[in-house]
Design a protein around this ligand. Structure first.
Ligand code: GSH
Length: 282
């Protein structure tokens, strides 16, 4: 265990442990809290694979761990799950001037900001892809086998992290992801502020733009509720068209009646974890 990790909570769950840790992030220039679920196999000296879960707008590490019901399946499959926060936070970290939920705290969009005052802290892409895995791999009984999945803004994050890093993840999946942020209000607000007003600079953080040039055709598993109140922000039809144009393997499952909430996530998380286990565990 690294000295720099401070344990802030521990709860036994399905014979494993849900734990929360605080640490100083050199990438984000602030203290960060993340959650890790360690299945019972972690006590047996095995180096276990890790699924990184990225949450959506307004979330912390806690929403997924408390609401998705993932621990039972992770315990069965022997998967470690790591859930970071969704943005840098703290008194010294700038936030949306109006306190809006869709920018700043709770809305880091898993990108590297280039504009001030955001750039000093809002480097969530580097945190999720580099700093956090290094810390996890130095601190817990895990292997370097990684998968990534997420919800909404976190689904966008998972798809972008996988598409930008061929070979880094064994599998990727998303629930109700924002697939085309450069074309929708949530994304245009965030990308415009974090990256500046030139839409050409936004393409590097847009799944529908990245998919054409992807050098690794890692299959995408996506679930999307047809009753999702944010469908216009998510654009599953744009993802479908981009994947088809690029010949990128996509399983897009439209789920009748499901909304955007964790009731939807809890209904399909088992399929996603089994999908990742298939790629991670032979
Ligand atoms: N209706 C929300 C929009 C944000 C939202 O729906 N957030 C989703 C992710 S995009 C979520 O997971 N919320 C936390 C939860 O349901 O636990 C609000 O206005 O605050």
């Amino acid at each position: 265990m690294q000295d720099s990790l401070e344990l802030v909570a521990a709860n036994k769950s399905f014979d494993g442990w849900h734990k929360r840790y605080r640490h100083r992030s050199s990438t984000l220039n602030c203290d960060m809290t993340f959650a890790v679920y360690l299945p019972p196999q972690a006590d047996q000296g095995n180096a276990l694979p890790v699924v990184y879960w990225l949450s959506g707008l307004t979330c912390t590490d806690e929403n997924f761990m408390q609401k998705a019901g993932a621990q039972r399946i992770a315990a069965e499959l022997g998967l470690v799950i790591v859930a970071p926060d969704t943005s840098p936070r703290g008194e010294d970290v700038p936030d949306d001037p109006d306190g809006a939920y869709d920018f700043g705290s709770g809305a880091g969009f898993y990108l590297n900001a280039t504009q001030q005052p955001w750039a000093r802290n809002y480097q969530m892409y580097d945190y999720v892809v580099s700093e956090l895995p290094q810390l996890i791999e130095a601190s817990f009984p895990v292997s370097k086998l990684r998968s990534i999945c997420g919800h909404s803004m976190g689904g966008h994050g998972a798809l972008v992290c996988a598409l930008k890093n061929p070979g880094r993840y064994k599998s990727v999946s998303a629930l109700a992801p924002m697939t085309n942020p450069s074309q929708v209000p949530w994304g245009q607000k965030a990308l415009g502020r974090y990256l500046g007003d030139n839409p050409a600079d936004w393409k590097a953080w847009d799944t529908c733009e990245l998919i054409a040039g992807a050098s690794e055709r890692l299959p995408l598993l996506v679930d999307q509720g047809e009753g999702d109140e944010f469908l216009a922000q998510l654009r599953p039809e744009a993802l479908e068209a981009a994947a088809q144009a690029a010949g990128h393997p996509l399983t897009l499952r439209r789920q009748p009646g499901y909304d955007h909430s964790y009731y939807f996530i809890a209904s399909f998380i088992e399929d996603h974890l089994r999908h990742h286990a298939n790629a991670l565990i032979n």
